[in-house]
Design a protein around this ligand. Structure first.
Ligand SMILES: [Zn+2]
Length: 500
C-alpha cells in the first residue's frame, strides 16, 4: 500500500529544510559555473577534490591509513598524485572492516545494523546527520552506505543541473502548477534501499513538495488505480516498471499526465525510452547511479551517459585493473566518489562493464560519455487460473525472496506459463532447507496476492547460472529469452537505484 511520506515533522524541520535547500542551491550554482568553464576547469576541480579526499581518508579512516601507508607524509598536493597510484578496494574488503572504513568514529556497524533493522526509520537521519541505505546484494554481497550532508546536497544538485540542462524545469514547473506538484516514486519501499531513503529524506527536507512512495510489490491494477487517483506531476521508477505503466497508459487503464519521468536503477534501452516518452507525452530523464554514488552519469539524447566528472571518477579497466581503451567494453569499472567524506569510496571495484566513447558526443556535452552494459532481468508473464496473463516485476520477485529468506545469491527462472524455478546459491546463515522453505512460502503468498495461486514454485537443484558472455548474474530470467544485450545504462537493482 502507498504510504504518506510526510510524518513526524520535528520543530527543527523548517530550519533544517532551509539549510538543506540552501546547500543544494549553492552547490547547484557552483556545478553550473564550473561546467560553464569547460573540461579544463572540471579537471582542475576534480584533481583538487581527489587530493583533499585522499588526505581526509588517510587522516580519519584507519582502513585507508593502512592502504596508503607507503605514500609520502601530509601534503599530497605537493606530489603529483594520480588516481592510478592508489590501490583498488572491493566491497568485500571494506564491509569486512566497516568500523575502520568510516571516518567518523561515532558510526559503528553494531549501531548501523540496529538503525537499519527499524523499517520505520527509512530516510530518517542517523546520528542526526547521516542518511543510511543498504544495497540489495544482487551481486551476492550486501553493502551498507552512509551519506553525509554534503553528499546528499550534491546528488540533489546534480539532478537539478541536469533538469535545467534538459530544459525539464520550465515544463516541470507548468506540470507542478497543473498537478499541485505531486511526485510519485514507485520502488521497493519496504526497506532501507537508496531510492526510497533519498526520496523520504527529500520529502522531509522539502515539505512544500508533496511526494509519495508506491510499492512495486502491490498488484498492477491496484498500483494503476492509486496513480490515477494521485495524478503525479513527476513520476520516478525503474525502466521495467515504467515500461509496464506505459503499456497501461497506452491501453487507457492508466490515465496520468506527468510533466517529467525519471528512470534509474536499471538499463534503459532506447526503444523502451521511446515507448515511455510516447505513452506519457514527456521527456524521460535517465540516470546512472549506484548505492555507492547516487548520481554517476546522466543520459543524453544521443543515447550516451555523461559522467559527472567534476564529482565522480570512473575508470574502465580490465580483469587486472589496467585501463581499457575507449570503444572497448571494460571488465569492470573503478569508482571514486569525490564528495562523500564519511565513508570514502576511492578506486572501488563497482563490477559494471562500460564502454567509453572515443569521439566527442554529438549532443555537445563535453563531459565524458559512456554506455553501461546492464544485467537485464526479465518481466515474467504468468498464466492465471482463469487463463488471463499477469505480468510481474522482477524487482518484486527478488525482493520477496531476499526479505523472506535473507539470501542474496539466487535466480528465479520461468520455464513454463505457470511455473517458477528457484536456484539458490550458498546460504551462509541458514541451512539450504530452511532458506528454501522461507523463499517458497513467501513466493506462494506473493503469487496468491496477484491472483496466481495456481503457479507452481519449484527448487532447482542447480546453482544460479551467470551470463556466459558478461559473467554476471541475472536474477530473474524467462527460459528461452536469449541473454539480451542492452548497452545503455545502469545494471539491474542497484537501488539507488531511483535510485538502486
Ligand atoms: Zn551526449
Amino acid at each position: 500500500m502507498a504510504r504518506r511520506e510526510r510524518e513526524h515533522a520535528s520543530p527543527w524541520e523548517p530550519l533544517r529544510s532551509s539549510v538543506a535547500y540552501w546547500n543544494t542551491f549553492s552547490r547547484t550554482a557552483s556545478i553550473w559555473w564550473t561546467r560553464r568553464e569547460g573540461m579544463a576547469a572540471i579537471e582542475v576541480s576534480r584533481q583538487a577534490r581527489l587530493i583533499a579526499l585522499v588526505e581526509y581518508a588517510r587522516q580519519h579512516s584507519p582502513f585507508y591509513r593502512e592502504a596508503y601507508a607507503h605514500f609520502p607524509g601530509p601534503g599530497l598536493a605537493a606530489t603529483a598524485l594520480s588516481v592510478q597510484d592508489l590501490p583498488v578496494v572491493t566491497k568485500q574488503a571494506l564491509m569486512a572492516r566497516f568500523d575502520d572504513w568510516v571516518t567518523d568514529p561515532a558510526v559503528t556497524r553494531v549501531d548501523v545494523d540496529a538503525f537499519l533493522a527499524d523499517k520505520r526509520a527509512v530516510g530518517k537521519r542517523y546520528l542526526d546527520r547521516y542518511v543510511l541505505w543498504q544495497s540489495s546484494g544482487s551481486t551476492g554481497e550486501p553493502g551498507i552506505y552512509v551519506q553525509d550532508a554534503d553528499a546528499l546536497a550534491t546528488y540533489d544538485a546534480l539532478i537539478a543541473v541536469q533538469a535545467g540542462a534538459a530544459r525539464l524545469a520550465p515544463k516541470y514547473t507548468m506540470g507542478v502548477l497543473a498537478s499541485g506538484g505531486r511526485a510519485a516514486l514507485i520502488a521497493a519501499t519496504e526497506d532501507h534501499f537508496a531510492s526510497i531513503a533519498m526520496w523520504k529524506r527529500a520529502a522531509h527536507d522539502s515539505p512544500w513538495v508533496e511526494a509519495r512512495g508506491f510499492s512495486v510489490m502491490q498488484p498492477l491494477p491496484e498500483l494503476v488505480a492509486e496513480l490515477n487517483a494521485y495524478r503525479p506531476a513527476f513520476l520516478a521508477s525503474y525502466p521495467t516498471t515504467l515500461a509496464l505503466l506505459a503499456d497501461e497508459q497506452a491501453a487507457g487503464r492508466l490515465s496520468i499526465r506527468p510533466a517529467a519521468v525519471w528512470s534509474g536503477g536499471e538499463s534503459l534501452a532506447p526503444a523502451t525510452c521511446a515507448t515511455i516518452e510516447r505513452a506519457f507525452g514527456c521527456t524521460v530523464a535517465n540516470e546512472y547511479g549506484a548505492s555507492e554514488c547516487m548520481s554517476i552519469a546522466f543520459g543524453c539524447r544521443e543515447g550516451w551517459l555523461h559522467v559527472n566528472a567534476d564529482w565522480v571518477l570512473l575508470e574502465p579497466v580490465d580483469r587486472d585493473y589496467r585501463p581499457t581503451p575507449p570503444g572497448e567494453p571494460s571488465h569492470t569499472v573503478l569508482l571514486t566518489n569525490l564528495v562523500n567524506r564519511v565513508q570514502p569510496i576511492i578506486r572501488y571495484d563497482l563490477g559494471d562493464s562500460v564502454v567509453a566513447k572515443a569521439q566527442p558526443c554529438a549532443c555537445g556535452n563535453p563531459l565524458p560519455a559512456i554506455q553501461v552494459e546492464g544485467r537485464c532481468d526479465d518481466v515474467v508473464s504468468l498464466r492465471a487460473e482463469n487463463g488471463s496473463t499477469i505480468r510481474l516485476l522482477p524487482i518484486a520477485l527478488t525482493t520477496v525472496v531476499e526479505e523472506a529468506a535473507s539470501v542474496h545469491r539466487f535466480q528465479i527462472v520461468q520455464d513454463a506459463p505457470d511455473r517458477l524455478l528457484v536456484r539458490l546459491g550458498q546460504c551462509p546463515h541458514h541451512n539450504r532447507r530452511t532458506t528454501w522453505h522461507s523463499a517458497e512460502s513467501a513466493l506462494k503468498d506473493y503469487l496468491a496476492r496477484q491472483s496466481l495461486s495456481n503457479v507452481r514454485v519449484t527448487l532447482d537443484s542447480s546453482a544460479p547460472v551467470t551470463d556466459s558472455r558478461s559473467g554476471k548474474l541475472r536474477q530473474v530470467i524467462v527460459a528461452g529469452h536469449a541473454a539480451r544485450q542492452r548497452p545503455h545504462s545502469a545494471p539491474t537493482r542497484r537501488d539507488n537505484r531511483p535510485g538502486r
